[in-house]
Each structure stands twice: as structure tokens, then as C-alpha cells.
Ligand binder design. Structure first.
Ligand code: NAP
Length: 267
């Protein structure tokens, strides 16, 4: 049995869909199961990652786990609870800033969580993802209301990744975990091209079939103070990496494809 956390989110929901479609026994950890709709045959079990004691029912009979750690959750108690419940392998989602900016708060958080996995003695695989395409959903209200994307700063080009590709890598690792090969591996994940904010706005406009205006306020201080602004990456990226295709056998999906798939959110 595979337990998927973050199962209502951008990545976890697709992990659930892919594992369920592949015929794996899969269960979703959900804070409020009454509010969530699940794929056919997937059971939703309540639990809160911020309260590891609440996880025992969800972990019963589970041997593999997809883990993402939302803000306010601590890796060690969750990993220890999983180990005590009989979990053998955890595939964990973290940030590629662990490699590019290890001294940043986000990079340190991922390194800390990965250390908890190493210390546990469990089998583990770490996914380190770069900027998600779905971060541009923060622009959806203003695109819908005014057709304008207003950013404090345009940031730097970034190889933004479709969360569905992270989910594909996770599902591949989870389905193969008992056959080894992925144990103790760290997978750095990016999309297939470096894109500016203007590129992304242009691709959303093309998906919508109407013009959008980009207002870049060029506020250097705002860019210096935050690594990420909504839909904007202000730090030097890792460049385009081949890992998605290496693991899944399928090229990483483009932002253009993501925008077409999610155009309804911007209408
Ligand atoms: N955005 C990026 O650019 C980026 C880049 C690298 C890594 N990441 C990592 O990716 C993860 C976010 O992934 P995502 O975008 O797929 O998530 P998301 O869409 O933001 O959804 C968060 C998920 O976590 C669940 N959740 C939140 N708090 C929880 C708790 N205390 N206990 C149990 N479940 C909880 C939510 O469930 P509810 O339905 O209960 O709210 C939801 O399913 C984070 O760990 C982030 O650090 C993000």
C-alpha cells in the first residue's frame, strides 16, 4: 500500500491519479476527507502532518509513502512515525534550492528533511524540484479581472517545471521502489526551457487566445528581499536538467502545455 500526502495539491493529486491508474494500492492522507473528491478506488484517510500522532490509521499497512512537508510540519517526527508503522521507503518532495542555494531558508529546510530520512535507516528517494509552473496561478485573478499581470520585478529566466512531471517521477519511483535502483538517490527536477516572466505571460495569453499586458515595476529591492515572488524567480536557476526524461522515459512538459491544460483557471 502506498500513502500519498499532499493529495489535494498540484503534485500529490497527480501522483494519486497515476498510481491508481497503474493499478497500485494507494491511499490518500487528507486533513478533511469530507471535502476531497478522490479517484475511483482510492480511500481517503484523515491525518495531519503537523500532528504525527494523527497519522497512525493512515499509515496502517503502508509500505511506501509519497511525502511532502507543508509549512509548519517537522520531518523527523513524521519519518519516525512512518518507520514505527512499518513504512520501508519514502519518496520525498523538496526544493532544488538545496543544491543551488543551500544556505537559503528553503534550501536548508530541504537539506534538514533529507537528513531526517538518512538518519532514519528507511529507504528513501529525494526529489528536488525547481520553480513550479503552477506558481503562475497567483496571476489568475488579475488576468481574469483586468488582463494585466503586475509583478514587482521580472526576475531571472527559470526552467519552470510542470507539477505533473514531478508527479510522474514520484509515481515511477514509488511503483519501482521495492525493486531498488532509486534508493538513496537525489533527483534534481526542472522543466525543459529557461523562461522569463514575459515568456510565461505570452504563453498564457496564447492559451487564452487574447492579449495580456505585463507590468514589471522593476523594484530591485523587492527582488533582493525575496527568492520567489508570485510566478517570478529572483535567483539564478540551475539550467535545464534531463532528470524527468531520464527517470520517466518521457520528455519534460513545456510551460506552453501546462498553460493549455490549465487555461480554465485564467478564464
Ligand atoms: N511551488 C514551488 O515552486 C515549489 C518548488 C519546489 C518545491 N516545492 C514544494 O512542493 C510542496 C507543495 O506542493 P504542491 O504545490 O503540490 O502543494 P499545494 O498544491 O500547495 O497543496 C498542499 C497540499 O498539502 C496538504 N497539506 C497542507 N498542510 C497539511 C498538513 N498539515 N497535513 C497534511 N496535509 C497538508 C494540502 O492539503 P489540504 O487539502 O488539507 O489543504 C494539499 O494537499 C511544498 O512542500 C513545497 O516546499 C514547491
Amino acid at each position: 500500500m502506498i500513502l500519498v500526502t499532499g493529495a489535494t495539491g498540484n503534485v500529490g493529486r497527480v501522483v494519486l491519479d497515476k498510481l491508481s491508474a497503474a493499478g497500485q494500492d494507494v491511499r490518500a492522507l487528507i486533513r478533511n476527507p469530507a471535502r476531497a473528491s478522490m479517484p475511483p478506488g482510492v480511500e481517503a484517510v484523515p491525518g495531519d502532518l503537523a500532528d504525527p500522532a494523527s497519522l497512525s490509521a493512515a499509515l496502517s499497512g503502508v509500505d511506501r509513502m509519497f511525502l511532502l512537508l507543508p509549512p509548519g510540519t517537522h520531518p523527523a517526527p513524521v519519518v519516525e512515525t512512518a518507520l514505527r508503522s512499518g513504512v520501508a521507503h519514502i519518496t520525498m518532495l523538496g526544493s532544488l534550492t538545496a543544491q543551488t542555494h543551500p544556505d537559503s531558508p528553503v534550501g536548508r529546510g530541504t537539506l534538514h528533511a533529507e537528513q531526517a530520512l538518512r538518519d532514519s535507516g528507511l529507504g528513501w528517494t529525494a526529489l528536488r524540484a525547481w520553480e513550479f509552473a503552477s506558481n503562475t496561478l497567483a496571476w489568475a485573478p488579475s488576468i481574469r479581472d483586468t488582463g494585466v499581470v503586475e509583478v514587482p520585478h521580472g526576475g531571472l529566466p527559470s526552467p519552470v517545471i510542470d507539477p505533473a512531471d514531478i508527479a510522474s517521477v514520484a509515481a515511477t519511483v514509488l511503483a519501482q521502489a521495492d525493486r531498488g535502483g532509486h534508493d538513496g538517490k537525489i533527483y534534481p527536477l526542472t522543466g525543459p526551457e529557461d523562461l522569463t516572466v514575459a515568456d510565461k505571460v505570452g504563453m498564457i495569453a496564447a492559451a487564452l487566445g487574447r492579449e495580456l499586458k505585463l507590468e514589471d515595476h522593476n523594484d530591485a529591492q523587492a527582488a533582493a528581499e525575496a527568492m520567489w515572488l508570485p510566478g517570478v524567480c529572483t535567483i539564478e536557476g540551475p539550467g535545464v536538467l534531463p532528470t524527468v526524461e531520464d527517470i520517466t522515459g518521457t520528455p519534460a512538459r513545456s510551460f506552453r502545455q501546462w498553460a493549455n491544460d490549465h487555461v480554465h483557471a485564467f478564464r
